[in-house]
Design a protein around this ligand. Structure first.
Ligand code: ADP
Ligand code: ASP
Ligand code: MG
Length: 436
């Protein structure tokens, strides 16, 4: 069975929902994972923000606007009064629940419950539309099988145990509809897989049922060779290795949630990135074989902080790096890039929650300097070191841009460079010009 995930834009209007319905009704049994309609999760975050700030009027105004939008969608989506009324009744429950948190500022409101309503509503709307058109699709509630553990990591054993049971209860369903993004935590409370996490839902589901393929349907024809939000004329990459796709997703290619490759890779399930607006375009296939000897794509990750620790004591010392890493570990802060010399070490982090504490501790080992507002540029492809000439090409493209760190050889798949945020667009454009 295949798992097909449709992102926010793909279900962003009544017409788009109808297009998705057409696309998925091909007689093959499948699991369809849906995001919230585009803009909805942001609006739900905004509502929560008003509630945090104890401003129920602001929250109510935003809720009313959102509800009006959904009333319009219902009007356009269904053709019978029966289904229009059914949909209104269903969504009334979601909006009543969101509104209940504005009634008394003394009630603890639960942001994650509010955020979950986006996916709950989009899946209800599409499922009812399919039912109205005679397709007997069945809803599989994500809150009944998707779960994270105490560390916020997916509880894959739980998912593997519970999802198949729900599917087996409706063996003849032509289409199973389920929510992306939302889950429960080990205490049974509503939680989520972090923003953009519907891709992760799809690959966790794929892994749990050993799917034949995971398809991520979005608003672009696959992974492009550079970030289309910054560079003109980017082109889709037809094939990527799991490792290459994981590097690109982690280092800023927004088309994929950073964590979504791992479950697919572990279970060796191909992931295809496809365009809802252009369903016949080949898109990108991610699996364990791909054309070698080529640079495939470039991505950029924002919000990076570089920390340099300079120390005379590093000279000829062993154990120095361990002590440095232990400090980051003790503050549960992941390091992205690292470069070393005989007298110092530079690392980058993106989580600055404990930056001050980390700097204080590092000062015991040497002089510490910090550069904020940096960007990691990541060049991905078959960069095995015997493939000569690629590093030269990459560095040549960067010849007019100040580069703070370079990391190469950590894997066979990437060269990463740290630059100032203000140079990002220029760097991405120059890399496209020189490499593709
Ligand atoms: P969805 O809502 O379907 O999950 P996203 O907005 O999360 O869609 O991801 C798709 C977007 O990712 C594209 O519209 C594009 O602007 C952006 N993007 C960033 N980098 C890339 C890339 N290298 N290739 C394709 N899309 C990219
Ligand atoms: N709706 C969620 C978000 O906007 C999850 C997703 O779309 O993947 O972050
Ligand atoms: Mg996304």
């Amino acid at each position: 069975m295949k798992v097909l995930k449709f992102g926010g834009t793909s279900v962003g209007s009544a017409q788009r929902m109808k297009d998705v319905a057409k696309l998925i009704c091909d007689g093959e049994q499948k699991i369809v994972v849906l995001s919230a309609m585009s803009g909805t999760t942001n609006t739900l975050v905004e509502i929560s923000d008003y509630l945090y700030k104890k401003n129920p009027e602001g929250a109510n105004e935003t809720i009313n606007k959102l509800e009006k939008k959904y009333a319009g969608v219902i009007e356009e989506l269904y053709s019978t009064d029966e289904y229009k009324n059914k949909a209104k009744e269903t969504l009334k429950f979601n909006f009543d629940l969101i509104r209940s948190f504005t009634k008394s500022l003394f009630t603890m409101f639960e942001e994650k419950v509010i955020l979950a309503q986006g996916e709950l509503m989009s899946t209800a709307l599409v499922n009812m539309y399919l039912n109205e058109t005679g397709v007997k699709s069945v809803m599989i509630p994500a809150l009944d099988y998707m779960r994270i553990d105490k560390n916020g990591e997916p509880d894959t054993a739980y998912i593997k145990e519970h999802l198949p049971k729900l599917l087996e209860a409706a063996p003849d369903a032509p289409i199973y509809i389920t929510q992306g993004f939302i889950c429960r935590n080990p205490y049974g409370e509503i939680d989520n897989l972090k923003r953009g996490g519907s891709d992760y839902s799809a690959s966790l589901i794929g892994g749990a049922i050993k799917a034949e393929e995971i398809q991520i349907w979005t608003d672009i024809d696959g992974m492009h060779n550079n970030d289309p939000r910054y560079v003109e004329g980017t082109k889709p990459v037809r094939e990527l290795l799991f490792e290459e796709a994981a590097e690109l997703a982690y280092f800023g290619a927004k088309i994929l949630h950073p964590t979504c490759i791992l479950p697919a890779k572990i279970n060796n399930i191909p992931v295809r990135l496809l365009n809802t607006m252009e369903p016949d375009a080949p898109g990108t296939t991610i699996y364990n074989k791909s054309e070698g000897g080529k640079i495939k794509a470039v991505a950029a990750k924002d919000g990076i902080t570089a920390i340099k620790i300079k120390s005379g004591r590093m000279l000829l010392a062993y154990g120095f790096l361990r002590k440095v890493f232990e400090i980051f570990e003790s503050y549960r802060t992941a390091i992205d890039m690292i470069t070393t010399s005989e007298v110092g070490v530079s690392v980058t982090i993106d989580n600055t929650k404990y930056l001050n504490e980390i700097i204080d501790d590092l000062k015991k080992f040497g002089t510490v300097t910090v550069d904020e507002d940096m960007v990691i540029i990541c060049v991905v492809g078959d960069l095995e070191w015997n493939n000569i000439g690629f590093e030269t090409k990459v560095l040549d493209a960067m010849k007019d841009i100040p580069v703070r760190m370079v990391s190469y050889g950590g894997s066979n798949y990437n060269i990463s460079m740290l630059i100032k945020a203000e140079d990002k667009k220029r760097a991405l454009e120059s890399l496209s010009k020189h490499l593709f």
